[in-house]
Design a protein around this ligand. Structure first.
Ligand SMILES: COc1ccc(S(=O)(=O)[C@H](CC(=O)O)C(F)F)cc1
Ligand SMILES: [Zn+2]
Ligand SMILES: [Zn+2]
Length: 159
């Protein structure tokens, strides 16, 4: 992915351009907002929702080939991806809508996956610590405090 190192501002805008039919829109809105607030609480970053596709981070649910070089793969496998910080596609976060997105323990939990992806959208790489949110494999049962000490240290080393 096009990896910038970091955003050069502390107020980062996001918009939700396309939704999944797995969940009500306002549920998607609140899970996305909660996933951003995980990072906001651990850092000096602020996330502001905008209605424009010119937001820094454009969030959308898409399937298969969807206009970038990283087509999704149907159910399971890749769940989502995010571009690192930068102009244009930088920061944009795509969720594979061939997955079953949920707010609970079944399917794939949108809050957990989004929080991980937004880590990438902020410039974080994967962690080798299984306790970290930035560990590369999905685990449904995560406690409320999603971030490990390592995640908090890494976001604060960057911003
Ligand atoms: C905990 O959050 C995630 C774990 C694993 C994934 S993933 O299996 O889609 C991963 C993509 C990623 O690490 O962002 C894989 F390489 F495709 C996404 C979110
Ligand atoms: Zn994509
Ligand atoms: Zn990842």
């Amino acid at each position: 992915h096009i990896q910038g190192t970091r955003w050069n501002k502390n107020v980062i805008t996001y918009s939700i351009a396309r939704y999944t039919r797995d969940l009500p829109r306002n549920t998607v809105d609140s899970l996305v907002q909660s996933a951003f607030s995980v990072w906001a609480r651990a850092s000096s970053l602020t996330f502001v929702r905008s209605r424009s596709r010119n937001a820094d981070i454009v969030v959308e649910f898409v399937t298969a080939a969807h206009g970038d070089l990283y087509p999704f793969d149907g159910p399971r496998g890749t769940l989502a991806h995010a571009f690192g910080p930068g102009l244009g596609v930088g920061g944009d976060t795509h969720f594979d809508d061939d997955e079953h997105w949920t707010a609970g323990e079944t399917g794939f939990n949108l809050f957990v996956v989004a929080a991980h992806e937004f880590g990438h959208a902020l410039g974080l790489k994967h962690s080798r610590n299984p306790k970290s949110l930035m560990y590369p494999t999905y685990k449904p049962s995560r406690s409320a405090n999603l971030l490990s000490r390592e995640d908090v240290a890494n976001i604060n080393a960057l911003y």
